[in-house]
Design a protein around this ligand. Structure first.
Ligand code: HEC
Ligand code: HEC
Length: 134
């Protein structure tokens, strides 16, 4: 009798572990994107274009805004991390640029009626991360 009880306890413990593992597994497998300004479903290709544009407009490398990975065996950048303040400033700049275009350049439309952005990062930055008056 005692023996059966033990087996039942062990089995229910195993069941708990399996349920617990199933519940946490999808989180490790699919890292969530940390996008607060760009559309969450942006394609990999479009994201690359936007980031390449930032790089060229400011005349910097990706690591100007993105911090190095904590994993020392990796020489990659941790793109999802918000640790570098430049990344959040860039978000402010994205919102500002969108606002300027919407508010002051909405007359600027193509044949299909889509607003053509008149101002972009390069308008002010021109290859310089610090375009302020010197
Ligand atoms: C001027 C700053 C800046 C530069 C330079 C820059 N990025 Fe970014 N990057 C950002 C910001 C800001 C976001 C988050 C956008 C948002 O919140 O919508 C981002 C997001 C990303 C993401 C998505 C991360 C996630 O959450 O999954 C990837 C990937 C990425 N950048 C790659 C690059 C690469 C590759 C380069 C170099 C070619 C680059 N970035 C250069 C500012 C920058
Ligand atoms: C209307 C002009 C203007 C536009 C458009 C603009 N910026 Fe800026 N940006 C500035 C100025 C001016 C500064 C410097 C502010 C200061 O530090 O005094 C700056 C600073 C920055 C910085 C901080 C640099 C540092 O070393 O701290 C980042 C990052 C940045 N801009 C990214 C962007 C990105 C990305 C875009 C396009 C989405 C953009 N900016 C569009 C004017 C602009």
């Amino acid at each position: 009798m005692l023996h059966y009880k033990k087996i039942a306890i062990v089995l229910s413990l195993i069941a708990f572990m399996v349920v617990g593992m199933a519940a946490t597994k999808p989180l490790d497998e699919k890292p969530k994107r940390n996008l607060k300004v760009l559309p969450k479903d942006i394609s990999h290709e479009d994201l690359d274009k936007v980031m390449g544009g930032f790089k060229a407009a400011l005349g910097v490398k990706c690591n100007f805004c993105h911090v190095a990975s904590k994993d020392s065996s990796s020489h990659h950048l941790d793109f999802a991390s918000d640790e570098k303040p430049e990344k959040d400033i860039a978000r402010h700049m994205m919102r500002m640029t969108a606002k300027i275009n919407k508010k002051y350049f909405s007359f600027n439309k193509d044949d299909k009626g889509n607003t053509i952005p008149a101002v972009s990062c390069i308008t002010c930055h021109r290859g310089d991360p610090h375009p302020e008056v010197k």
